[in-house]
Design a binder for this molecule. Structure first.
Ligand code: P6P
Length: 335
């Protein structure tokens, strides 16, 4: 009698979002389009995951021989992931404007789609060859009232986003998503090809014990950052212990750990990178929306990331995000 039947009431991502969609429909009459859009995003992430898994086998490792808009060497996986994502989003029939880290210009989709998706198809790709976790990051806007989809629809503050998420390709594929009612995590069950709800209602602890920043840039840091780091490495006060340093150098992996364990992640501006390194539209905004929806704080050091008004689709912005007490401690050095 060691027969233990498998669960037969599994909550897949599609079922879970449909459920949220249903409650949203009761509020604003959404027609399920977001659910359809998210299922095309799921397909993309499953495809990318399968490629990332096989990468070393079908020699996708290594340079594709081209440069992207950032002037970085494109890895083959980058190129394929970007193509898959653009094709799936276009084919969904629900999109009007697409912005990809890999494309100089925005892509305008013919048809009646009403969603704009900004994304980094394979963030952290400089780590691909080392087998480090990488991921897809995306944010979703509704086109503005009466718009058919123009550049203005994607040059809006992150507060206008209706959904945001990432899929991390690691020992398993983890999708983390918010549609504005909290944050949920799903794990891909390859046996049935479904993302299963495994981390309902992800909530950041008010304070963590980990800081995550590339201290190799310390020589370029401005005073407030240096003072904050000093305060957590050489804490004053009876019994205070220093924080642990954890830095993977892949934003999806560093943010995922921060959402689950708490603490603070940062990529500040410094004397070398005037606006930091991370991209506003498809790195900072989605991660900031997730962080706030999980009860945390996401700031540029001067203000709330989500309230930044983008001027161009590839602009950068300084990022600090994580547990609210930790980020507020950092902000106290900016006074
Ligand atoms: P650095 C990866 O290339 C990336 O865009 C993010 O995923 C990551 O957080 C950051 O750059 C790492 O940058 O300068 O610390 O190597």
């Amino acid at each position: 009698d060691d027969y233990n039947p498998p669960p037969t009431d599994i909550i897949t991502l599609t079922r879970h979002v449909l459920g949220e969609g249903f409650s949203r429909a009761q509020s604003n009459g959404s027609s399920g389009d977001l659910t359809i859009l998210l299922s095309s995003l799921q397909t993309t992430c499953k495809f990318i995951e399968s490629m990332v898994r096989k990468a070393s086998l079908i020699n996708l490792i290594g340079l594709a021989g081209e440069q992207n808009v950032q002037g970085e060497d494109q890895k083959k996986l980058d190129v394929l992931s970007n193509e898959i994502m653009i094709n799936a989003l276009r084919a969904s029939g629900k999109t009007a404007v697409l912005v990809s880290e890999e494309n100089d210009d925005a892509i305008f989709v013919e048809g009646s789609g009403k969603y704009c998706v900004v994304f980094d198809p394979l963030d952290g790709s400089s780590n691909i060859d080392a087998g480090v976790n990488i991921g897809t990051i995306f944010g979703i806007y509704l086109v503005e009232e009466g718009s058919k989809g123009t550049l203005q629809d994607v040059l809006r503050p992150g507060t206008d986003m209706v959904a945001a998420g990432y899929c991390m390709y690691g020992s398993s594929a983890n999708m983390v998503l918010t549609t504005g009612n909290g944050v949920n995590g799903y794990t891909l069950d390859n046996a049935i090809g479904e993302f299963i709800l495994t981390h309902p209602n992800i909530t950041l602890p008010p304070r963590g014990k980990i800081y995550s920043i590339n201290e190799g840039n310390s020589a370029y840091y401005h005073e407030p950052v240096l003072k904050y780091l000093d305060s957590i490495k050489y804490p004053k006060g009876e019994g205070k212990k220093p924080y642990s340093a954890r830095y993977i150098g892949s934003m999806v992996a560093d943010v995922h750990r921060t959402l689950l364990y708490g603490g603070i992640f940062g990529y500040p501006e410094d004397s070398k990178s005037k606006s930091g390194k991370l991209r506003l539209l498809y790195e900072a905004f989605p991660m900031a929306m997730l962080t706030e929806q999980a009860g945390g704080v996401a700031t540029t050091g001067r203000g709330r990331i989500l309230e930044v008004q983008p001027k161009s689709i590839h602009e950068r912005c300084p990022v600090f995000l994580g547990s609210k007490d930790d980020v507020n401690d950092l902000l106290s050095f900016y006074k």
